[in-house]
Design a protein around this ligand. Structure first.
Ligand code: FES
Ligand code: FE
Length: 435
């Protein structure tokens, strides 16, 4: 079937399209076709096969720290209410009134023990129970059984404060989905008690979501050029600064790059006992030498620990960002800034400055990257990717063998300039598209 034109693709049945993907997406050969970043039918299939099937990030527990706090989140394109009710339990509900389907909650965030529907006034407790119906006795008599009209629960689970949800009742438990990758997430968000500062920042990029995921899962190669200005400004010592370290991937498409070594410890030193009590010796060793850590939890939640000098001291910042698809060539980036809860206020402020200077929407790195993401997507969206079967080259590092002596799990390469992680990402992407 190879050789289909753009017209053929539009006319394909789902089965034919999956067959075509299987023939043309060849991660093991380092070959990925350009059309998968620009084709609307592929995007629609992704929604069904990925975003309605797998675990998706929805936020951090610290965003709703108090009883009766709630927040609205998007789960695969649909609104869910995440509540912390009086019993302290965090729950997720489909944001739909069970009477006639009105969107029950319309504010992004707040604190309330119950939600009143703006259509007819049904009132639901934040544990999902329907507790009030206007004029109930008068208009329903004794016939209405409120216990059958509670809000529809959404499956959510958390790991080290990270909240995930899924529409798939048969999905494996979150801890299995994250698998070996948890070892690295422990360093990212389990090293200390972490908290999200402020609401996440949001901005739109005219890019297919996979460009962001691909970039964060393993592309340290671009930093020499895309972010070359930081060398010119003297912020890092050399263009190959980002090459040293490890590239690591695990099952289910997850991957990260670990930059090491770091001459300075860029974390609050007074928290070393807390780090040591939360991490294994090997994990603490990684943290102690960490220059940066950039990765992606499949499919679309990326994370980053980077650092920069703030008031003459090297200060790390930790962020998570979701590449939320809102169209084949558009995504909303939702960017959370996390910090050690027990750090001093001064350190927290500096860490926030460090984030703003680097990877906030106005950060020097963020602005560099978004230009690239937009242009890649624009080129992938034209007729040429079909006419000539254009492919991207993902062969970097195929000649290299993983190392065996690294302390953490997964497939580990002792140099960050490789595309093994992207091949692993697209392998799992294809597996799910075919499933
Ligand atoms: Fe909510 Fe009627 S739709 S009360
Ligand atoms: Fe970048």
């Amino acid at each position: 079937m190879v050789g289909k034109t753009i017209k053929d693709l539009k006319e394909m049945s789902q089965t034919e399209m999956i067959e075509y993907l299987d023939e043309t997406v060849r991660p093991e050969e380092g070959s990925i076709p350009a059309y998968i970043l620009g084709d609307a039918n592929v995007y629609d299939l992704e929604h069904k096969k990925l975003f309605l099937k797998t675990w998706l990030f929805i936020g951090h527990e610290s965003e709703i720290p108090n009883k009766n706090d709630y927040m609205l989140r998007d789960l695969g394109g649909y609104s869910v209410i995440i509540t912390r009710s009086a019993d302290g339990v965090i729950r997720g509900f489909y944001n739909m009134c069970t009477h006639r389907g009105m969107k029950l909650c319309r504010a992004d965030k707040g604190n309330k023990s119950s939600f009143t529907c703006p259509y007819h006034g049904f009132n639901f407790k934040n544990n999902g129970d329907l507790v009030g119906v206007p004029l109930q006795k008068d208009i329903y008599g004794t016939d209405l059984d409120k216990s059958t009209l509670g809000l529809h629960k959404v499956r959510i689970e958390s790991y080290k404060g990270l909240l995930f949800g899924t529409w798939n009742e048969d999905a494996e438990p979150l801890t299995e989905f994250l698998g070996d990758f948890k070892w690295y997430l422990d360093i990212l968000v389990g090293r200390a008690e972490m908290e999200v500062v402020g609401p996440p920042q949001r901005f739109i990029i005219h890019s297919n979501w996979k460009v962001g995921a691909d970039n964060f899962v393993g592309d340290s190669y671009h930093t020499m050029v895309t972010h070359g200005s930081i060398v010119k400004l003297g912020m890092v010592p050399s263009a190959t600064y980002s090459k040293k370290g490890y590239q690591i991937h695990t099952e289910n498409g997850h991957g990260l790059n670990l930059g090491t070594p770091n001459p300075d410890f860029a974390f609050p030193e007074e928290l070393i006992p807390e780090y040591k009590s939360n991490l294994s010796e090997e994990q603490f060793d990684v943290l102690s030498n960490l220059k940066n850590m950039i990765g992606n939890i499949f499919p679309n939640i990326s994370f980053l620990i980077s650092h920069t000098k703030v008031k003459d001291k090297l200060i790390s910042n930790t962020t998570m960002r979701m590449w939320r698809p809102v169209g084949v060539d558009k995504m909303e980036v939702i960017s959370w800034f996390l910090v050690e809860k027990n750090a001093s206020q001064d350190w927290k402020n500096r860490s926030r400055d460090s984030y703003i200077l680097t990877f906030s929407p106005s950060g020097i790195f963020e602005q560099d990257d978004t230009e690239v993401f937009t242009d890649i997507t624009a080129a992938a969206s034209g007729p040429m990717p079909y006419m000539k079967e254009l492919t991207y080259n993902y062969t970097m590092g195929m000649h290299r063998e993983p190392v065996k002596d690294f302390a953490g799990p997964g497939v580990v390469y002792d140099d960050k300039f490789s595309e093994a992680n992207q091949r692993n990402f697209y392998r799992y992407w294809l597996d799910l598209m075919k499933a």
